[in-house]
Design a protein around this ligand. Structure first.
Ligand code: CP
Ligand code: NVA
Length: 307
């Protein structure tokens, strides 16, 4: 049966570990796996803007011997004209994988149900699972083992990154704390999934509104923009809602000694993070950005092998 990667818990703990191990191999030997040689084509579709995801998938698919077909959906029939189901049936006749950055998680599920090739979520309103694989690879490189570490996410805790940290880091055996203002905490259905997974994994989950409590002794501190794509009209309001959750030097001082700072980027210095933190010694954001490439190549190899 075709495997897809639409949300972080689509990989089991052991499968996630296999992907991360493969990413390490591909980082040192970039051209050692060529499952797309031919070249076969992989479609990468964007309903929203992107720098890292666009470049890392384009380079990664080429490294795997394939041809990346980058589609801006506004220039395609997908933009409100043709159904997702019909698009899925057309794409599977010509491409070996579909990678899609879109709004609706339900749309991604429809694409996956309608096609025989692997579908990868390249960011939806609900999840950004490729980013978490890159983050886990980065944390592993800097801290060794993932299991047992505590990660604190700070800020807009109702967004795609918060949901993905919750599910992806629990899958990796990490304790997860998510801090955001009341009304901006993770969606209840994803919290329920996370708590069930945490129970199986034997890890702790903390959700709350107190940023100081959330960050005490954390091994990894992460944040994300307060204004996600599609929320631009709420920018001024959001900048005041999340102000107490800024990751600054004072907050980082309460994390564990040697704690890492990660941010998926793009970052807005002076809002969710200060310049001193993101450009400071604890920040690993450039390693994190590079690791998008290695983690996604590993994911593609794994999915194609399990198709
Ligand atoms: N982090 C991330 O997904 O970046 P882009 O929006 O530039 O792809
Ligand atoms: N939460 C952000 C992530 C950007 C990579 C957004 O959806 O815009």
């Amino acid at each position: 049966m075709t495997r897809h990667f639409l949300r972080d818990d689509d990989l089991s703990p052991s499968e996630q570990r296999e992907v991360l191990d493969l990413a390490v191999t591909l980082k040192t030997s970039p051209y050692s796996r060529r499952p797309l040689a031919g070249p076969q084509t992989a479609a990468v579709i964007f309903d929203k803007t992107s720098t890292r995801t666009r470049v890392s998938f384009a380079v990664g698919i080429a490294d795997l011997g394939g041809h990346p077909l980058i589609i801006d959906s506004q220039g395609s029939q997908l933009a409100g004209k043709e159904s997702v189901a019909d698009t899925a049936r057309v794409l599977e006749r010509m491409v070996s994988a579909v990678i899609w950055r879109t709004f609706s998680q339900a749309g991604l599920e429809e694409m996956a149900e309608g096609t025989t090739v692997p579908v990868i979520n390249a960011l939806s309103d609900d999840f950004h699972p490729c980013q978490i694989l890159a983050d886990l690879l980065t944390i592993r490189e800097h801290k060794g083992e993932l299991a047992g570490l505590t990660l604190t996410y700070m800020g807009d805790a109702a967004n795609n990154m918060a949901h993905s940290y919750l599910l992806g880091c629990i899958t990796a055996g990490m304790n997860v704390r998510i801090a955001g203002p009341d009304g901006y905490l993770p969606r209840p259905e994803y919290v329920a999934d996370a708590l069930a997974l945490a129970d199986r994994q034997g890890v702790d989950v903390w959700l709350g509104s107190d940023p100081t409590e959330a960050v005490q002794g954390a091994d990894v501190v992460v944040t994300d923009t307060w204004v996600s794509m599609g929320q631009e009209d709420e920018k001024a309001e959001r900048q005041s809602i999340f102000i107490d959750y800024q990751v600054n030097e004072e907050l980082m001082a309460q994390a564990a000694e040697g704690a890492l700072f990660l941010h998926c980027l793009p970052a807005y210095r002076g809002y969710e993070v200060t310049t001193g933190v993101i450009d400071g010694p604890q920040s690993v954001v450039w390693d994190e950005a590079e690791n998008r490439l290695h983690a996604q190549k590993a994911l593609l190899v794994w999915l194609l092998e399990h198709a």
